[in-house]
Write a protein that binds this ligand. Structure first.
Ligand SMILES: Cc1cc2nc3c(=O)[nH]c(=O)nc-3n(C[C@H](O)[C@H](O)[C@H](O)COP(=O)(O)OP(=O)(O)OC[C@H]3O[C@@H](n4cnc5c(N)ncnc54)[C@H](O)[C@@H]3O)c2cc1C
Length: 559
């Protein structure tokens, strides 16, 4: 087998949300050579570039790892499909494009676990540095000079408007910027879509540095083993695929793992870094006992209600009207091809709507998980518990890099999570039965009339829930005294030199949001640590100064 070794200052494994930010920041600095390894192919396909390709992209075997969770009692014995992006941009090339940071308590909570420099005041400047916000903005919270363009929707729909107004009249405030002072409220999502294009991490962060001589991007390069010498990571072996020639790249300074919350712990485990007894059981030679690798897997479990719609088309209702919408897309006019699948959000309390949010809602104008399943016009309203207690694990099944690991999130394992699932279903039903939505309401399709009491609602949640794709926490950040942690607060792997983890794996717990915004922030902050730069100054906030607009675009208000 042919072996070639190349030497770089930094080797980054994985060109996803975090890997692209790191490549951008480390290469732009100009002083260091950087090698970026990506297991998947380049992201040239239109399916990845045009927002409407989301369903094809996320079900593709070329551009996504088609993982499945292990069956569990919490999911009525079902395995659940768990795709992850496998191309430049990683999951941001196949995801739902909603931009959502989480709330201050998330990051203050990370810091309270002993992680210095991760309070909301510390991380806010990094959220701001990564973004170029177009639309409503308070500069205290939002950035305008970063690589990632965040826009408001330019496509509105009467059913969405009616839903928003109905929920507003139930008592949830309109909130024009849930990424500012407060999440609570309802409105249209912000998203990383601009002028009809998906703004993946690859487009935003990688393209601007692609031509740089100090950046070597290798696609179809799956890291199969970390090379360790005397307690230090010195490089990585990689191959294009099973049976292909193996190559290696060496790192003078650091190897940085950014392969995502499933593949990062798996790569560590098959390299002998992880829970020693479990690795031995799987025939893997132990290099460094670190029990937290692959533990603490968290995700958001998404439960969907489906309502039939009358008096208006939805996306299921008229197919995509491809030619008409394609023409609008080409002309740069608002169109159906350039929207995110979930158009409307709400952050609410599952008990009384208006107190501290414990659920996030997504309204989609159609049933994306089964397009073509009929031309019935429907809306789909999904929700997940923002801070679930249930957690699980990722564990390599063998030393074979091409074997998918066991993924067990243990959804709905915890009793409190079960209660939120039930109260959430009841609350969503209220939201779907407002007088404002009544003209479009043609009856509940799911869960349907049999789900009335708590037991039947919980049974529905177990039988029908899916992942919200927010896997995180499998290389948890925290002080080494806690055996479940894997990296310190500078994201260096406990007990090894020259190795960091920078991706969704390091989250001590999942933020109250979709996860990519927090991953961008983590990588922005990590880049400064890696380059030995001082952190951006913390931004201590006084009482909110956010200016609340009186109306949201697309929704006519009576006031
Ligand atoms: C279908 C879907 C919908 C989602 N919707 C949203 C949304 O609307 N909003 C939001 O904020 N978040 C969303 N997310 C979550 C968000 O995309 C992820 O949290 C984020 O991309 C994680 O970033 P990451 O860098 O940790 O991993 P990823 O972005 O997944 O990147 C990991 C990269 O590493 C590569 N890799 C893995 N193993 C290896 C290896 N051994 N060698 C080389 N390369 C490797 C992968 O191929 C991939 O390119 C969604 C995710 C999915 C899958």
């Amino acid at each position: 087998m042919k072996t070639e070794a190349d030497m770089f200052d930094y080797v980054i494994v994985g060109a996803g949300a975090a890997g692209c930010v790191l490549a951008h920041r480390l290469a732009s600095e100009g002083q260091h050579s950087v090698c970026l390894l990506e297991a998947g192919p380049p992201d040239k396909s239109l399916v990845l570039q045009v927002p409407a390709g989301v369903y094809k992209a996320s079900t593709s075997t070329k551009f996504a790892w088609q993982f499945k969770t292990e069956p569990s009692a919490g999911t009525a014995g079902r395995p659940i499909p768990m795709p992850q992006g496998r191309t430049l941009g990683g999951s941001t090339s196949i995801n739902g494009m909603n931009y959502n940071r989480g709330c201050p308590a998330d990051f203050d909570g990370w810091a309270q676990l002993g992680n210095r420099g991760w309070r909301y005041a510390d991380v806010l400047p990094y959220f701001r540095r990564s973004e170029r916000r177009i639309g409503t903005l308070d500069p205290v919270y939002r950035g305008t000079a970063g690589p990632l363009t965040i826009t408001d929707t330019d496509w509105w729909h009467p059913v969405c408007d009616a839903f928003i107004l109905g929920v507003r009249n139930l008592g949830l405030p309109l909130n024009a910027d849930y990424n500012a002072a407060s999440q609570l409220g309802v409105g249209y999502y912000q998203r990383y879509i601009n002028k009809g294009w998906r703004i993946s991490a690859s487009r935003a962060f990688l393209r601007p540095v692609m031509g740089r001589k100090n950046l070597d991007i290798r696609t179809r390069a799956q890291a199969t083993k970390l090379l360790l010498e005397h307690g230090r990571a010195i490089g990585v072996s990689y191959v294009a695929g099973p049976g292909e020639a193996a190559y290696s790249v060496l790192a003078r300074r650091e190897v940085i793992l950014a392969a995502g919350a499933i593949n990062t712990p798996k790569l560590m485990q098959i390299s002998g870094i992880g829970p020693a007894a479990l690795l031995k059981d799987r025939g893997i030679e132990v290099a460094h006992h670190l029990p937290g690798v692959g533990a603490n897997l968290q995700d958001h479990y998404m439960i969907h209600l489906v309502q039939r719609v009358k008096g208006s088309e939805t996306i299921n209702g008229h197919g995509l009207a491809l030619i008409r919408e394609g023409t609008k897309w080409l002309l740069g006019r608002p169109n159906l091809l350039a929207i995110s699948p979930s158009l409307v959000y709400a952050f609410a309390s599952s008990r009384d709507l208006g107190s501290a949010p414990d659920i996030q809602l997504d309204l989609a104008l159609g049933n994306y998980s089964s397009p073509g399943s009929g031309r019935l016009p429907v809306i789909k309203l999904g929700f997940y518990q923002l801070r679930p207690n249930s957690s699980g694990f990722v564990l390599a099944r063998s030393a074979d890099p091409f074997q998918a690991p066991a993924i067990q999130p243990n959804y709905l394992d915890d009793e409190a999570d079960q209660r939120v699932a039930v109260t959430g279903i009841r609350t969503l039903r209220r939201m779907l039965n407002t007088s404002e939505l009544q003209p479009y309401n043609d009856g509940e399709e799911l869960p349907g009339p049999s789900a009335t009491d708590d037991a039947s609602c919980l049974a529905f949640a177990r039988e029908a829930g899916l992942t919200a794709y927010h896997v995180s926490g499998t290389c948890r950040m925290g002080p080494s005294a806690d055996p479940q942690t894997v990296v310190d607060d500078e994201l260096r792997v406990h007990g090894l030199d020259g190795l960091r983890v920078v991706d969704a794996s390091i989250m001590p717990f999942v933020p109250s949001a979709n996860t990519s915004a927090a991953v961008f922030m983590i990588a922005e902050k990590a880049a400064d640590m890696i380059l030995g730069r001082q952190s951006l100054p913390a931004q201590e906030l006084r009482k909110s100064e956010v200016k609340r607009p009186v109306a949201l675009v697309g929704v006519e208000l009576a006031e």
